[in-house]
Design a protein around this ligand. Sequence first.
Ligand SMILES: Cc1cc2nc3c(=O)[nH]c(=O)nc-3n(C[C@H](O)[C@H](O)[C@H](O)COP(=O)(O)OP(=O)(O)OC[C@H]3O[C@@H](n4cnc5c(N)ncnc54)[C@H](O)[C@@H]3O)c2cc1C
Length: 454
Amino acid sequence: HFVFGLISQTMAAVLASPLAPIRKGSRVFFSLNSYFHCSSGLASKEHYKIVVLGGGSGGITMGARMKRKVGAKKVAIVEPSEMHYYQPIWTLVGAGAKSINSSGRPTASVMPSGVKWFKSRVTKIDPKNNTVSTDSGKELSYDYLIIALGLQLHYEKIKGLPEGFQHPKIGSNYSLQTVEKTWNALRNFKEGNAIFSFPNTPVKCAGAPQKIMYLSEAYLRKTGKRSKANIIYNTSLPVLFGVKKYADALWEIVKSRDLNVNLRHNLIEVRPDKREAVFENLDNPGETKIFEYEMLHVTPPMGPPSVLKGSSLEDEAGWLDVNKDTLQHKTYDNVFGIGDCTNVPTSKTAAAVAAQSAVLDRTITKVMKKDKPDKKYDGYTSCPLVTSYNTVILAEFDYNGQPLETFPVDQGKESRIMYHMKADLMPHLYWHGLLKGLWGGPGPYRKLMHLGMK
Ligand SMILES: Cc1cc2nc3c(=O)[nH]c(=O)nc-3n(C[C@H](O)[C@H](O)[C@H](O)COP(=O)(O)OP(=O)(O)OC[C@H]3O[C@@H](n4cnc5c(N)ncnc54)[C@H](O)[C@@H]3O)c2cc1C
């Protein structure tokens, strides 16, 4: 009885295994094909209806939406990181108002269930043959490809970095490794210059480089050190902010809080042993100016994902070349883009990703039905300009730099409620709405709040 039980258990295990025999006529074959398909690591080729590259804000969001559209088994996401971070909260982490741990969750917990996750990096995209390759030796083919690879930080383009971060007094809210260094520099501030930089490239969340300045000023005031600090914002841009309405409001704050703004100043070198930062005057190339610092916040130069280079998917500057209305690639009809890696001419934010996800969802539905995409992305983006530990100016605008405000109040004014939205409400909206593919931006609510007038 015991032996019979053992044999039948073994048979059951064999039948349930990926090597389950297939009966053809009177002969039995073992399906190596099904074995290879099920077991990641051994297979070299797999096909999915939809492949998503990148599992950040845009990738997870589109993965969730595509799962609903075609079923989990037909969707794959390629993302190397074990952890997923809600980057917008790093502004508050750098100012000591939130913990770094509160900003991250395991990637496994945000992956749409049932969707195949390849924990590797994409190394090659071949849109002519509808395939992508990964650093684990896999080749994936697709019917439709969604590219959500974000952007790359280039600290190394500033002489003296990134190794300079080993010294105290320097921080950067833009990366996981350096955001807590900002808080260390701020709370250990004694006396001297507190300098905040903005690079000479496109950046994500163009407000973040100055938000940390306002927070630092508030912190130094709160701790009685404000009179010992000379606060300087050195930006490569010719303006304080790209949208006039909000720029005007920010200039008022800059004046009233005695902050020094130098336009067209680009950080090119850091000498951490001497605590010196070297800026180039962009209006007079070659002319440099040395600033001593007691605290330095670096916003690094940024650029497109290097894997796009040479793929025939990129524009002249290297960004993914998509139609700004539909987010469909300009050359390859079955390739789409979302978020920071694209060349859509709007400010790169998670808020933009939300609005883009609703449009892209619709575009893909139409393309799958061989119809023309009809819904248009208006460039909606948003930047909660944190101006202290309890106030925010909630900038929202479109492709034309025109305010596109959700609430029926003047959002150009500092507001406590908007601070709570930024610090407490938006993270929930991100984890439980956006990443689940349920939040497509505030468009419908804006209409409601303005009684259908906007
Ligand atoms: C300090 C800071 C403050 C910010 N503040 C705000 C704010 O207040 N409001 C707001 O809306 N937005 C804000 N943002 C911007 C926002 O976080 C980004 O715009 C948003 O995350 C963009 O989403 P994405 O999917 O394009 O890129 P990401 O979320 O960065 O995701 C890109 C993903 O691609 C993966 N990847 C990269 N290369 C490869 C490869 N070769 N193969 C596979 N995967 C790869 C990465 O691991 C990453 O997970 C802020 C960002 C920072 C850093």
